[in-house]
Design a protein around this ligand. Structure first.
Ligand SMILES: NC(=O)c1ccc[n+]([C@@H]2O[C@H](COP(=O)([O-])OP(=O)(O)OC[C@H]3O[C@@H](n4cnc5c(N)ncnc54)[C@H](OP(=O)(O)O)[C@@H]3O)[C@@H](O)[C@H]2O)c1
Length: 250
């Protein structure tokens, strides 16, 4: 038995996440997921994540974005949350620049249908930020692929659906060593079910009664994988901050 860890303050807590060692496997990037859920495991309230998040979790969401080379998101989350490009505050940008990295990571949207509104801020609000990526498959309508090419780098992985292993391999070939998956549950479950999730940062908010949408939707018959708890820190408001890494020994 172990007691929960304490952090002196929020900065101390965030350091536990940002400073963790993440070594990419040979053929793909290290994949970390970041999710917030209710006590009943719900991933959304009225179709959005906002009601589940707390000020400390929102800060974690922003600061974790300094870590990856690419932020990966499922198309449904992009549609529901009307995603925009990653914008870090000046101090976080400076820490990336100091480390010789681009000022912010690009967002990669994973979609089979490419049924995406190209006028959302992610594609419309591109001044100075990195060009977004669209990861799709051969069955995506050619006309939509053409539209996608006008606003993003298009990566093809798989035939009828996106082959997540191939997608990650191609991100690695483009130089990505760490990928942050911001959900949603379908994408996170796909990654976990394929054994491609290395780490999960999970915030548990003491609230019940959101949508019937679990934090991860793994495909039927997918293999299970075990994780090791790296830290558990509780905030004054009862929010629990958990970081897990996949157990390599199994
Ligand atoms: N609690 C949290 O931390 C958190 C985080 C993120 C999102 N959310 C919430 O989760 C909800 C959305 O999650 P979701 O599970 O419905 O959707 P999602 O995982 O965001 O996106 C699912 C979509 O991604 C594409 N996709 C995923 N895997 C694919 C594959 N292997 N091949 C081809 N396409 C693939 C498909 O796009 P197409 O339909 O375009 O083909 C699919 O419909 C929203 O309510 C959002 O607010 C919560």
């Amino acid at each position: 038995m172990r007691r929960l860890q304490t952090a002196d303050d929020l900065t101390d807590l965030l350091e536990l996440y940002v400073k963790a060692e993440r070594l990419a496997p040979a053929s793909r990037p290290w994949v970390l997921g970041n999710m917030v859920g209710g006590l009943d495991g719900t991933a959304a309230v009225a179709g959005r994540v906002g009601a589940l998040s707390t000020p400390a979790d929102a800060r974690l969401f922003r600061e974790l974005r300094t870590v990856p080379d690419v932020v990966l998101v499922g198309a449904e989350t992009v549609r529901r949350e009307r995603y925009g490009p990653v914008r870090l505050d000046a101090a976080l940008e400076a820490s990336r620049l100091e480390a010789g990295r681009p000022v912010a990571p690009p967002i990669a949207v994973l979609s089979g249908s490419l049924d995406i509104d190209w006028s959302i801020p992610l594609f419309a609000d591109t001044d100075a930020g990195p060009r977004p990526l669209i990861i799709t498959c051969a069955s995506a309508p050619e006309a939509r692929r053409e539209e996608a090419r006008a606003v993003a780098e298009v990566v093809l992985a798989g035939d009828d659906s996106v082959d997540l292993g191939s997608a990650l391999h191609q991100l690695r070939e483009r130089g990505a060593e760490v990928v942050l998956c911001e959900g949603g549950p379908t994408l996170l479950g796909g990654l976990a079910g394929a054994g491609l999730l290395d780490e999960l940062c999970l915030t548990l908010t003491p609230l019940m009664g959101g949508d019937p949408l679990p934090l991860a939707l793994t495909p039927p018959g997918a293999e299970t994988s075990r994780f090791t708890l790296e830290h558990a820190v509780v905030d004054e408001d009862g929010t629990l901050f958990l970081r897990y890494e996949r157990d390599r020994a199994r």
